[in-house]
Design a protein around this ligand. Structure first.
Ligand code: FES
Length: 157
């Protein structure tokens, strides 16, 4: 079975699980992205048909939420907390530094680091901000110098 055939089989299982729920579109999109890493273009027609929606309606929801990706993720993911407590501790300045170092804005992709830069709204450690999540590692009290060291380690990996 090819990779796309496997992905279609996984989509079908997700549709079978959720299609009869009220408000099924969002759970389906979340489950598909959790499974495949993104929402492939080819899946829009299948989802629309299963839910009796137009492709434009499905596409509109996918593009409305920044959370959903329509292409595979980069090798690395950096989330910087943008919520109030981290903002009070310098996350805006840290974000600006990250954008400059990576050459992309929030919701963008850094080609130099093969990394997606994302905002996140609270990581649950508000007293020790600014906080970031780099891949699956939560790091607190991050300043520009510490972020640079972390980004260098990503670039060398
Ligand atoms: S506000 Fe950043 S971790 Fe809660």
């Amino acid at each position: 079975m090819t990779t796309q055939q496997q992905a279609r089989t996984q989509l079908q299982a997700i549709l079978d699980t959720h299609r009869h729920e009220a408000g099924a579109l969002l759970p389906i999109l979340h489950a598909l992205q959790d499974t495949l890493g993104h929402i492939p273009d080819w899946s829009v027609a299948d989802i629309a048909q299963a839910l009796n929606l137009s492709r434009a309606e499905v596409h509109g929801v996918i593009t409305f939420y920044h959370h959903f990706r329509t292409s595979p993720p980069a090798a690395h993911n950096l989330q910087i907390c943008q919520a109030e407590a981290c903002q009070a501790r310098g996350s805006r300045e840290l974000t600006a530094h990250a954008e400059q170092a990576l050459g992309c804005g929030l919701h963008g992709r850094s080609g130099s680091h093969d990394l997606d830069l994302q905002p996140v709204y609270c990581l649950g450690l508000c007293a020790t901000g600014p906080n970031i999540m780099l891949d699956d590692k939560l790091v607190s009290r991050v300043d520009a110098a510490r972020l640079d060291r972390l980004l260098n380690s990503v670039k060398e990996s």
